[in-house]
Write a new protein. Structure first.
Length: 133
């Protein structure tokens, strides 16, 4: 079943931004999203600053953000994206291999969901499938 994009409030974007410095995490996730939702635009960034820059330019509906990255960490990148988006902030999903850091990410208010790495396909798809929430 194709992913039905859960749109951020006020967004008509069909773009998902993946921000992670580990190609071994990005490539399978990008492939999964392209297979399950070929109509979506998938963008990727290898560090938090590039992620913020792409979010400014393309206004994605969803951002999947690693917490631990070079240049700008995921917590700060998500804070900037949410802060600059005003009433049209994307849904931001924190992902991290540092599972103890996930509750702090949620508590920051910059993330809507948090998932541990390695990502489980079913967990991510539950977030992206509106009827499952």
């Amino acid at each position: 079943m194709p992913v039905k994009l859960l749109m951020a409030a006020g967004s008509d974007s069909r773009t998902i931004l993946i921000v992670d410095d580990d190609p071994d995490c990005v490539e399978p996730l990008e492939m999964l999203l392209k297979l399950t939702a070929p109509a979506l635009t998938i963008l990727t960034a290898g560090d938090g600053q590039t992620g913020v820059d792409l979010a400014r330019r393309f206004k994605p509906a969803i951002v999947i953000m690693d917490l631990e990255m070079p240049v700008l960490n995921g917590m700060e990148a998500a804070r900037q994206i949410k802060g600059e988006a005003g009433g049209h902030a994307p849904l931001i999903v924190a992902v991290s291999g540092n599972v103890p850091g996930l509750p702090a990410a949620l508590a920051s208010g910059s993330f809507d969901f948090a998932l541990p790495k390695p990502l489980r396909t079913e967990s991510l798809l539950r977030i992206l499938e509106p009827e499952s929430n």
